[in-house]
Design a protein around this ligand. Sequence first.
Ligand code: FAD
Length: 491
Amino acid sequence: MSSTKVVVVGAGPVGSLAALYAAQRGFDVEIYELRNDLRDPTTVPLNFTKSINLALSVRGITAMQQAEPNSAEGERKLLDHVLAATIPMRGRMIHGKKVTGELYEEGQDYDVHGRTIFAVDRGGLNKRLLDVLESMPNVKFFFNHKLTGADFRKRKAWFEQRTGSAPQEIEVDFDLMVGADGAHSSVRYQMMKFTRVDYEQSYIDTLWCEFQIQAKAQYDLAQPMSRFRISPNHLHIWPGKEFMYIAIPSEDGTFTCTLFAPGDKYAYLESNPANVPSFFDHYFPGVTDLIPAEELIASFNRNPHLPLISIKCKPHHYSSSVVLLGDAAHAMVPFYGQGMNAGLEDVRTLFTFLDRFPASEWGHALDEYTAYRVPDAHSINDLALQNYTEMRASVLSPTYRLRKFLEESLSKYVPSLGWQTKYSRVSFSNERYSEVIARSEYQGKILMRTFFGAIGVPTLVAAAWAWVRYRRTAETGVKALYGFVAGAIRR
Ligand code: FAD
């Protein structure tokens, strides 16, 4: 067994996967976690502060797959187990109300090739990682241990042990510390004392609160999917322009729903929670048919109203002794469903760099890791912020739909061009996030040029001609031109 000791701080999904990668390479691994063991039924469930359900996509799946390099196909202890407990979501289901007052829902598939993302229970995924780690002889857990200090030159850290009647401080040595202790990372805070970290943190003016759609009490037992009240294979969105409501399916037939709305809307509802059902009826038509009014009010009162933080920092490491992963390095708003996926991808990426060097030269590996990963972390933070506009408003816009249609058609019928929607690149590939942005901007430019070339320029020429030829009826001509262009976009 190697004498290299890797200390992981934080046993969330990212820290647990990092511990697994390190353990598989034969390092001595110690995991320190502030909270009690998640698998202990007395532990306060994570969903008091975190969303219950997450969207798992290719990046997260690839990272877990590569944690099992020696497993034979069909015997994967981690991935098979995790995927068996997921529900594929093939697209968004947009809910709304027509001018006639009739409710409608409209499916928008995520991918023209039929690929899906997966709804997964965060706790279930995390527990499975802990189970796999527990079976490894070179892994030790230290639950109820809070990092309180670190000296990254001397490679020593101090933890407050909260297991006995009075907290005690213990000192721990390490070769490499992995800081996977979430958005409010203590490792990051300690690391800032040793190196100049550029740090950017912002809260967006949006709070979130969870609700639940219950499964049907009575359903056809031969068809378990019939227990879902709405399609189980979609991420449901009630777009509200300024805000939105979403629902993600769970294996037991329920949906975990989230209201994302600005602070003033929350303040309005908090001042009189009895207004919650009428607020929903106005902005999210159909929801009160799925969640009775009194349950909506009770959930709004019971569940926390939490902020959304976005964090960028650089570098992600100091020397050869500490590296930040997951939310500790790049907490992001949840609108691309990538926070955990990106964190799991951090782990896979980090180890491709560590594997190239002996432990004595990990300083080089971490320098290279930061240089490679920071642009991608910044990119997905930006994309996540942009996607909020897409989810709450653009999904209804004709221009957005036209671009999606064109890019998907090219992807399907002219695959040699390599065109894909931005969403496909983010969710169904392991392409670098920074390249996703570059490719998407490039595609956007080409589409604009083609649009103006194929439609814009001829129509402008036609308009100029119409203006000269029929000056007196120019106004009518311009109106007709406007109608033509708007029609082309809508189509
Ligand atoms: P965390 O899950 O925060 O884990 C950090 C761990 O460190 C915790 O267990 C904590 O107890 C421990 N810790 C903290 N401080 C200390 C300390 N001082 N000492 C020891 N231990 C400590 N991501 C997706 O990929 N898809 C989604 O669909 C998605 N939806 C989301 C919806 C919402 C509403 C939110 C808020 C987030 C969503 N995310 C999603 C993001 C995702 O939840 C996070 O990115 C992910 O949980 C980060 O994992 P992590 O392991 O880095 O950090």
